[in-house]
Structures are given as C-alpha cells and as structure tokens.
Design a binder for this molecule. Structure first.
Ligand code: C2E
Ligand code: CA
Ligand code: CA
Ligand code: CA
Length: 284
C-alpha cells in the first residue's frame, strides 16, 4: 500500500535496492534451474458450456532450493530480460507435450494443452522455421506427433500484436500454415482491438480475469464482456473467460454465450497427477 510522508520515501529506496538484489540473484539462480529440475508445470482445467473439460492451461512453477515456491509473475520477466526464457520456454513445451499424451489417454483426443509463450520466444528466432515451432511439431520420444491433431494451443498476450516484428509476423503465419491454434491472452488489458484479432487469425480470445472479477458489481464490465463475446463470435473466434470464481459469473458469462470458462470456481491449477483424476462436478 502506498502511503504519503517521509517514511514512504525511505521505504521505497530500500525496496528498490531489495528488488535489484533479488533480480540479480534470481537471474543467476535461473541458470541452473532447468538442469536442477526446479521447474514444474501445473495444469488448470478449461470447461465448456456443458461442463466438460476441453483443455488444460499449463502454468510454470519454480521450486527454488532456498527461496521456496516462486510464482511465474516473479521470475518470467527476469528470464525474458536475460534471454533465459528461450530455454525455459522450450522446456515448457516439451513438458506440456509429454503431459498431453497422458491427458489424452484420460480425456480423449480432442482435449488440448494450452501453453503460455513469451513474445521473445517468437521474435528471437534465426530465420526459417524457428526452433520453437520445430519443438511444437516434432516429438522427441518418437510418439505420435503431438501437434498433428491440434494438441497444443499457443497463448500469446495481446501486447504482442501491437509491436509485431518480422520474426513474430512470420511465426504467426507459420502457426496458421501448420494449423497451430493461437489464443490471445489477457484480452482487454492492452490497447489492441478486435481488428488485430481479425488480421491475425486468432482462434481464441481470453477475457482477462480483471474483467470477469468485476462482473459481480460493475455494470460496465457486464457490457464489456457481452460486447467482446458478441464481436468475437462475429469474427469466428471462440471466447475463454479466465479467473471465473463464482456461480454468478458462470451464469452471466454463459448467458452471454461465452464458450469456455476457467478459474478457481472449477479448479485451481493442479499437478498432472491430479489433472488426470479431476472430476468436474460444478453445476453448469
Ligand atoms: P495468465 O496466463 O494470465 O494465467 C492465469 C493466471 O491466473 C495464473 O496465475 C492462474 O493461476 C491465475 N488464476 C487462474 N484462475 C484464477 C481465478 O479464478 N482467480 C484468480 N485470482 N487467479 C486465477 P499464475 O500461474 O501465477 O501465472 C501468472 C502468469 O505467469 C500467467 O498469467 C502467464 O502470463 C505467466 N506464465 C505462467 N506460466 C508461464 C509459462 O510457462 N511461460 C510464460 N512465458 N509465462 C507463463
Ligand atoms: Ca495464459
Ligand atoms: Ca490471462
Ligand atoms: Ca497474464
């Protein structure tokens, strides 16, 4: 909480120093995190309007040997700044592909795993088909091609579409060409518009949780969600609402024709083991 007065100035400079030290330490520690097997993925179910599980979003966690569990919001940015996100991102994809095989065994071959992809992973490729795309398409274990049946969905943030470089533009075209589905994450938080969605062959829009959470008490949020869903459908794009926590939100969103729901109301992100035995039992 921000407070005025002299004390806040002193505290600010201390916490700024702390933040810098923390940043340097984390970037250093990130170097060994993959080889030390400190990362793992958790999975959050995404539910359709009939109450069935249709996807799981893979979310990274870092079990730091001294600092304990570190959520992605506290290290992804540093990994992006240091370039380590490339290696981490490739690890996420290979892990998600392995999980997909188990998940499909339980939920059937239409279920997908959605992975978060940093803009840097798309812009940092060296010509031709990027390593990243390659990793989506090939299967290291010689198992059935994970992508052949649209196994993975790539989640990008809408900020990415607003400053497209050549490589990213190319990557998005490659996705289209290879039939890799794309979800636009955090929709409504940036300044992009549905025009971007139209121009870039996006498959899903994810309404940001900040809007979903306002559904309970702000009528402007109601109109906004309704309008997003309406226009997305006109463009042939399916809508996922994230951060759904209450039955009331479920009712409103489904009333507006929202296609998919994701949030604590249905499940927190869970281990793969838990995901494989998850029973969706909420009334839809
Ligand atoms: P995101 O992609 O928008 O993911 C949704 C976040 O909302 C997750 O936080 C999830 O745990 C949380 N969430 C889900 N349902 C609810 C709910 O009902 N209420 C509330 N309050 N929160 C909910 P998480 O796991 O801490 O991830 C934070 C962000 O870190 C993600 O936001 C994503 O941008 C990034 N991230 C996570 N995993 C990866 C990854 O593997 N690679 C990259 N590049 N980024 C990742
Ligand atoms: Ca996401
Ligand atoms: Ca999001
Ligand atoms: Ca986010």
């Amino acid at each position: 909480a921000k407070k005025c007065g002299r004390d806040s100035v002193r505290r600010f400079s201390w916490s700024l120093k702390d933040a810098l030290v923390q940043r340097i330490e984390l970037i250093k520690d990130l170097r060994h995190a993959i080889s030390n097997q400190e990362f793992y993925l958790v999975y959050q179910p995404i539910i359709d309007s009939k109450g069935s599980v249709v996807k799981f979003e893979a979310l990274i966690r870092w079990q730091h040997p001294e600092k304990g569990l570190i959520p992605p919001d506290q290290f992804i940015q540093f990994a992006e700044e240091s370039g380590q996100i490339i290696e981490i991102g490739n690890w996420v994809i290979s892990e998600a592909k392995k999980a997909l095989i188990d998940i499909r065994r339980v939920y059937g071959d239409d279920v997908q795993v959605s992975v978060n992809v940093s803009p840097i992973q798309l812009s940092n490729q060296q010509g031709g088909i990027c390593v990243f795309l390659e990793s989506l398409l090939t299967d290291p274990d010689g198992l059935k091609d994970a992508q052949q049946k649209n196994g993975l969905v790539v989640e990008i943030t809408e900020h990415l579409l607003m400053n497209l470089d050549e490589n990213t533009r190319k990557a998005l075209l490659d996705f289209r060409e290879k039939g890799i589905q794309v979800a636009l994450d955090d929709f409504g938080t940036g300044h992009s518009s549905l025009a971007y969605v139209m121009n870039h062959d996006i498959d899903y829009l994810k309404i940001d949780k900040s809007f979903v959470q306002k559904l309970d008490d702000e009528s402007s949020a109601l109109s906004l969600c309704e309008a997003i869903i309406l226009m997305a459908h006109k463009l042939g794009v399916l809508v996922i609402a994230e951060g759904v926590e209450t039955q009331h939100q479920v009712d409103l969103l489904l009333g507006y024709g929202c296609d998919y729901l994701q949030g604590f109301y249905f499940s927190r992100p869970i281990s793969l083991e838990q995901a494989l035995t998850y029973q969706q039992n909420k009334v839809i």
